[in-house]
Design a protein around this ligand. Structure first.
Ligand SMILES: NC(=O)c1ccc[n+]([C@@H]2O[C@H](COP(=O)([O-])OP(=O)(O)OC[C@H]3O[C@@H](n4cnc5c(N)ncnc54)[C@H](O)[C@@H]3O)[C@@H](O)[C@H]2O)c1
Length: 448
């Protein structure tokens, strides 16, 4: 038997079909706890997946969703641009090999445009993958929750405080509806991190005094199109989304969130999953990646975060060639130190995670789909929102040069979003006559 067709842990396919065979007959259904009623529209245990945002990560997430156990199909896709929505189908099909038949998207369920997300969500799917640039995430998440869909959403889940609050509010409803929500902070599904952080929380290195977290690397991708190749300024910015803070949150949000999230997770202590900083200060700028085609974001940030107990998290993120690179986290405790991805060091406490690890991108989907099928609680959105807020707090500090408290940052009404999401709408940031975008200047730029 193909492992993908194995019965789920607590609900075998036969039992499942027994309980769902009444669908459409008017008789009362025995619904396994946690299943969304929409799952029964199809009359079997197939989870129908819709993909919103058909770029690199959306492609990967769709492949991973379709590689989970049980019946699962991709039935709708949507992207801002028609060609991306078309091309994703072939990419996913070919990478899945024999499971490529799980891609069952008819032409009328390939959507494009800035409202494609609504069409995918309303197309009869059970779960949606939200993998657009993060600036759109809060509105997509809120709409998916209202529609009662299970959700896998990529990180970050917002780029500003109003977006974080929107996600947290929508998530209250998601929890009431028992929707399952996964967030693409895949280190939470990586065996080495899970085991090491459990040991830290159990006291292996004593009390945590300080952490260092890094995403020092290079430019992930260069702008894809010139302004002349685009129909409007807003289209230009959406295509080159990485370089506009309203779309990416800057790389401290878009990329470094992974490491900041690990710091919060480690700080969580034994009885709570995570703890968030109470204040921060920082510095940053753009020193190398200064060409106007690189929009408005910085190329480096350094932030010092402080938690309620006075312990600190020192954070560096840099996108510059030819420099020291590291994507990692370190923890210093009163009894020893740890690299939370898999080791603990100190007198008499040396330990190393030695097991082979499964691909966490796959495990995060396996875990989410298992929760959907088994009706177990599963919701990562609050942590996703607070870790996004941690990154946003850092950016507010580096852009302004000020010390800012969590409390002031999270209640901020400063929204980076445009007034409307239409191709000819005015984007929230504009270039001057020479095509140069305003860049935040510490000491002068107001962020709250
Ligand atoms: N968890 C991880 O390790 C990881 C890795 C890479 C990316 N990501 C995240 O995944 C998200 C997507 O990143 P990517 O690398 O796939 O980017 P990408 O540019 O490759 O893909 C984004 C896609 O979204 C489409 N899009 C843009 N605006 C849209 C809208 N309003 N509606 C529908 N489609 C829209 C684009 O046309 C593009 O096809 C980001 O939030 C990123 O941070 C996470």
């Amino acid at each position: 038997m193909n492992p993908a067709d194995q019965p789920c842990e607590s609900t075998s396919r036969r039992d499942f079909l027994k309980t769902t065979a009444l669908a459409g007959t008017g008789a009362t259904l025995v619904v396994p706890a946690g299943f969304s009623s929409s799952l029964f529209a199809s009359g079997d245990d197939t989870v129908k997946v819709g993909l919103i945002g058909c770029g690199g990560r959306g492609t990967g997430a769709a492949e991973q969703a379709l590689s989970t156990n049980g019946n699962v199909k991709l039935t709708a896709v949507g992207d801002a641009f028609a060609e991306n929505a078309m091309h994703v189908l072939e990419r996913v099909k070919s990478s899945l090999g024999a499971k490529g038949e799980r891609v069952q998207v008819p032409p009328e369920k390939i959507f494009n445009g800035l409202d494609a997300y609504q069409k995918v969500i309303d197309s009869g799917v059970d779960l949606v993958i939200l993998a657009t640039p993060p600036g759109f995430r809060p509105i997509h998440f809120e709409y998916a929750v209202k529609a009662g869909k299970h959700i896998f959403m990529e990180k970050p889940v917002a780029v500003d405080a109003p977006g974080v609050r929107q996600v947290i509010e929508a998530n209250k409803v998601a929890k009431e509806k028992k929707l399952k929500v996964g967030v693409g902070l895949q280190r939470h599904h990586q065996a080495g991190y899970l085991e090491t952080i459990k040991r830290i929380k159990d006291g292996a290195i004593g009390d945590i005094m300080a952490m260092r977290v890094y995403w020092n690397g290079t430019t992930p991708w260069d702008p894809r199109k010139t302004r002349e190749q685009c129909r409007s300024e807003l289209e230009y910015q959406v295509i080159n989304w990485y370089y506009y803070t309203w779309l990416s949150g800057d790389h401290i949000c878009e990329q470094h969130i992974h490491n900041l999230d690990v710091g919060n997770w480690v700080k969580g202590g034994k009885d709570k999953e995570a703890e968030y900083p109470v204040k921060a200060n920082g510095m940053g700028g753009r020193q190398v990646r200064t060409d106007k085609k690189y929009g408005e974001i910085y190329d480096h940030h350094f932030v010092e975060y402080e938690y309620a107990d006075g312990s600190t998290m020192y954070s560096q993120c840099r996108q510059m060639g030819g420099c020291w690179n590291s994507v990692s986290e370190f923890v210093k405790g009163t009894k020893g130190t740890s690299n939370p991805s898999g080791s603990i060091s100190g007198k008499g406490i040396d330990w190393q995670f030695g097991e082979k690890q499964k691909n966490p991108y796959q495990v995060e989907h396996d875990d989410l789909f298992a929760a959907i099928r088994n009706g177990t609680e599963y919701n990562e959105a609050d942590n996703g929102a607070y870790s996004s807020m941690t990154a946003i707090l850092g950016r507010l500090c580096t852009y302004s040069g000020k010390e800012i408290t969590w409390e002031d940052a999270i209640k901020s009404e400063v929204s980076l979003a445009p007034k409307k999401y239409e191709w000819d709408a005015e984007p929230p940031v504009k270039a001057n006559a020479n095509g140069v975008y305003p860049v935040a200047i510490p000491g002068l730029t107001k962020v709250l």
